[in-house]
Ligand binder design. Structure first.
Ligand SMILES: [Zn+2]
Ligand SMILES: [Zn+2]
Length: 338
């Protein structure tokens, strides 16, 4: 079978023995396609993943072998996520499932950018679902990234009709904005690139350019009876996104950090957090319940993703990485099954 593996500064296509179930419980799936996640880029660029790693986790796949107590059967087309919480540890009990040791240790094998993948029985039981018939493969591949956004909205625990500002209108910003709206919030999206603002508008998002912070702040004030936004969702990890976040959030409001930053020295000013009683919180990866909610949002058409992705063949995966890194495209979907 073909896999795309990291090799030094490249991702290369290799032919390896096709995996099979042998005596294991779970399923072997044939990958139809897999979305390229921002976290894959970070793992590749910052060399967090070692040579030989097969990245990719936003898969849509077909079951080709199965030994499971679940109702899944050969021929089923499914979506799945990659990590599963134990449900019993201190992290899980407190809702921080993505900090759970078991969550971090579980994964699909070898990775989504491979013709075949092994899913454990735990995956089938907790995070795999039949692909809804009204979604095409590319749309269904947003199941996991949208799940991450659902979790972020839940973690913010906002009152209905609150106003949220999303800073950064890349793919995740567009998903986050739609998830917020679907979950009962008012949303204003910001970016510095006009083309992204225009695209966000096509997905029904009230989007503005925040290059001029004062103008943007005035707009947000005018929509919030001069209070400012109840919450800011930082889908951009850039340092320069922190200043507008502090300007746009109301006193007592929340700032949700959803993106890694290219370096480690970014900081929120202590006095702003203290005197203005701000809450800064992070949200990383989804819980199984968020994934289920995400699939419902996609199935019901409450979050639209058609047109966001550019399709690449597995053989051209390096180009998918390059085009994503150079911001040439919004989102890459790697077609694995020809
Ligand atoms: Zn992801
Ligand atoms: Zn746990």
């Amino acid at each position: 079978m073909k896999i795309a593996a990291i090799e030094k500064d490249n991702i290369v296509i290799k032919e390896v023995n096709r995996i099979s179930l042998d005596a294991r419980q779970g399923a072997i799936v044939r990958v139809i396609g897999c979305g390229l996640c921002g976290s894959d880029i970070v793992k590749f660029v910052h060399k967090i993943a070692k040579d030989g790693t097969v990245l990719g986790h936003e898969i849509v796949a077909e079951i080709v072998e199965i030994n499971s107590a679940t109702d899944f059967k050969i021929g089923d087309e499914i979506v799945t996520s990659h990590h599963i919480p134990c449900g019993k540890c201190v992290y899980c009990k407190n809702g921080n499932v993505s900090m759970c040791k078991h969550f971090k240790e579980t994964n699909i094998s070898p990775g989504g950018f491979s013709e075949y993948v092994y899913l454990s029985e735990e995956h089938l039981k907790n995070v795999a679902y039949l692909k809804p018939e009204n979604l095409d493969y590319i749309e269904a591949s947003f199941y996991e990234p949208l799940g991450c956004c659902v979790r972020a909205v839940k973690r913010c625990d906002l009152l209905e009709n609150s106003t949220a500002v999303v800073i950064g209108l890349g793919t995740i910003g567009i998903l986050m904005s739609q998830a917020l709206k679907a979950m009962g919030m008012k949303v204003i999206g910001c970016d510095l690139i006009d083309a992204r603002i225009e695209l966000a508008k096509q997905y029904g998002i009230d989007a503005i350019n925040s290059k001029n912070i004062v103008t943007a702040q005035n707009y947000i004030s005018s929509k919030t009876e001069n209070y400012g936004a109840d919450a800011i969702f930082m889908t951009s990890g850039a340092d320069k996104a922190i200043e507008p976040a502090l300007k746009f959030v109301r006193n007592g409001g929340k700032i949700l950090v959803f993106s890694s930053t290219p370096h480690d020295n970014s900081a929120y000013p202590n006095n702003e957090i203290y005197y203005r009683e701000l809450t800064v919180l992070g949200s990383y990866s989804p819980a199984p319940c968020d994934l289920k909610y995400s699939l419902d949002l996609l199935k019901q058409g409450k979050v639209k993703v058609k047109g966001l992705s550019t399709v690449y063949n597995l053989d051209d995966i390096m180009k998918a990485f390059d085009d994503t890194m150079s911001n040439k495209i919004m989102k890459a979907y790697v077609k694995v099954k020809q």
